[in-house]
Structure formats: C-alpha cells, structure tokens
Design a protein around this ligand. Structure first.
Ligand SMILES: *Cc1c(COP(=O)(O)O)cnc(C)c1O
Length: 342
C-alpha cells in the first residue's frame, strides 16, 4: 500500500461519486446544453451570491481566464511572491495575457492592504506597466494552507475600489478555508469580482474548477475559455462528480485538517525538524535542520511506501486528503517518529 501525501490531487473518485457520474444527464456544454453542468454552475453562482459561473477543466485555466478578463496586454497584476498564478501556472500570465506581475513580500502567502496599495504603479507614470488587478489566494498553497483574515481581504477590496482595479481570488482550496474558519461563501462573493474554486483538490473530483463572477466581468468568459481550448462537450459526467462532492465532501475536510494537526504535533517532537508553518488546514510545510538532508528524509519515507514532496531549501510538504485513511495516518505518524534522516 502506497500512502501518497504529495498533494490532495491524488485522490480517486469514490464509489458514490462514480455512481453519480454514471447516471449523469449530459448534453453539449459548448452549446450550454448540458443540464448537469448548468446545474453545477447555477449552484456555485448562488452559493457565492454571483450572477454567473463557468466550468473549467483545471484551476490553472480558470485563473488564467480570470486574469485575461481583468487585464490588457502590457498591464501588471499584484500578487504575493508565493502566488500560484505566478509560480506554478507555467508563465501563463505572460503567455496568455501579456501581463507582468508585481510581487508582494507577504507572510505565508498573505499580504496587507498597505502592501497591496504600495505595489500599485501610479497610473500617470507611463514608464511602468499599468496595474489593473490584485489576486489573492485562499488558502495559500506555498504559504502552508493558511487562511486569510476576511477583514484584510475587505481592506484590499477598498484599495481596489479606490484605484479601479479588478480583484480575483484563487480559491483552489477555498473549501478548506471555509471549513477551518466558519466563514460564509457569500462573504467572499461580496468581496471579490471573480473567484475560482477547485473540485479536484479537497473535494476529490477527477477534474474541474469553476469560475464565478458577475455579469459584466463574466460576459467574455466563455469566449476566453474557448480560446484557451477549454470548451468541452458532454461533461455532465464531470459536473455530476462536482455536485456529489458539494453534497458529501465539504464538511469532512475537517478530518483532513485534524490529521494535518496530528502530523504537526508529531513533527514538533522530532529532533530533525527545525520549523513548521503553523497548520490551519490540510497542508503541513516544515523545514529540517541544516545538518539534515531533506532528500534523505523523503527517501526514507519512500522506503516505507510514504510519499511526500520536497520543496527545496530543506523545506518539505505533506498534504492530507480524502484517501488518507485513519489506518494510513497511524502508519505515517509512526514512521515520522521513528525515521532518523541523515
Ligand atoms: C492546484 C492549484 C491551482 C491550479 O489547479 P490545477 O487544477 O492543478 O490547474 C491553482 N491555485 C492553487 C492555489 C492551487 O493549489
């Protein structure tokens, strides 16, 4: 048995989810005639209090489409230095939108309204790219699954309003944040112009992200999706998995969070660990002592059939998820206690 903790994307659809997919009513979604997709989109739009939602094959495409909708070539967007849109979307911001990034030196992937405002290029200074968008990420992936304080996000909204900027949330793991903080999705819909949410991370679907937003900004979303190659046909099969996940896999995220906290507690007592990013959700990022080889730790766990990710610079990442059972959890906690990485 392999215990894979590299990411929460490694889950496979549950029998119940497969059953829902099997019975899905489908149509051609490029014509917007797939009833199941339309149902999922309407449900998510309503959940966030937005007018429209659109299904995408990946979180990357949903974010990239949002960036395209908010910007013009030559402009700049502001995000944290850890931002997924900047670090892990293959340079798509430049490739798809001809946009540059102004990075904020935040804390655990989060920044303050003052930092955001200071990163805006003065609009009359034509030597610099014109700032047109701020993107935040919740929870923060590279920031260790941290959850934003909603008041800070609101303060950044005020900065966007003052400077006429778009405001996008990469909510790939927003479900985790909602469960961990008890915040309401409507609050986020109220703050942001656009939000992308992922169905294949915490929620266990095989595929899918959804972008929500109001009429004006979403007007062109279906065209941008088409241009990016994301117009798909009888995908009610995928949307059915999404609907099933919304019903069955949100509240249980609390179990993933508890397991991540258990791992944090064990790591705290391990002599090879130097520092752990405080665990709030399902991601554990920790750093080993400078005399410990992080690769050796990864390899020793691999020899115990446990997979985790190295992030470079002595940092490692463990992500808990739907397929990480109690039985696997016991094995992992024991292995972390007993290994002695060199
Ligand atoms: C995984 C992830 C994405 C992209 O999702 P894909 O479906 O893998 O393209 C976007 N943002 C964050 C924060 C992520 O963790």
């Amino acid at each position: 048995m392999i215990i894979d903790l590299r990411s929460d994307t490694v889950t496979v659809p549950t029998p119940g989810m497969r059953e829902a997919m099997h019975h899905a009513v489908v149509g051609d979604d490029v014509y917007k005639e797939d009833e199941t997709v339309n149902l999922l989109e309407n449900r998510l739009a309503a959940m966030f209090g937005k007018k429209r939602a659109l299904f995408f094959p990946s979180g990357t495409m949903a974010n990239q489409a949002a960036i395209k909708l908010h910007t013009r070539p030559g402009e700049a967007l502001i995000c944290d230095k850890y931002g997924h849109v900047h670090n892990y979307e293959g340079g798509g911001i430049a490739f798809n939108s001809g946009v540059t990034t102004t990075l904020v030196d935040g804390h655990q992937g989060m920044f303050s309204a003052a930092q955001a405002e200071a990163a805006i290029h003065p609009p009359d200074f034509y030597h610099s790219p014109k700032t047109s968008l701020i993107t935040a990420e919740n929870t923060t992936n590279k920031g260790g699954g941290s959850c934003w304080d909603v008041d800070e996000l609101r303060a950044i909204r005020a900065v966007c309003d003052k400077h006429h900027l778009g405001y996008h949330l990469d909510g790939a793991r927003l479900w985790n944040a909602l469960v961990a903080t008890g915040d309401n999705p409507l609050t986020f819909g109220n703050i942001f112009d656009t939000i992308s949410v992922c169905l294949s991370k915490g929620l266990g679907c095989p595929v899918g992200s959804v972008l929500v937003g109001d009429d004006a900004i979403m007007e062109d979303a279906i065209r941008v999706r088409k241009v990016l190659g994301g117009g798909m046909r009888q995908i009610g099969i995928l949307a059915a998995a999404g609907l099933y996940a919304l019903d069955h896999h949100i509240e249980r995220l609390a179990e993933d969070h508890q397991k991540a906290k258990d791992i944090e507690a064990v790591l705290n007592s391990c002599s090879y660990v130097k520092k752990i990013v405080p665990v709030q959700t399902n991601i554990v990022i920790f750093k080993v002592n400078s005399d410990v080889n992080a690769n050796d730790l990864v390899n020793q766990l691999a020899n115990n059939n446990i997979r985790i990710s190295g992030m470079g610079h002595g940092k490692l990442r463990i992500v808990t998820h739907l397929d990480y059972t109690d039985q696997k959890h016991d094995i992992v906690l024991r292995a972390l206690k007993t290994i002695q990485p060199k």
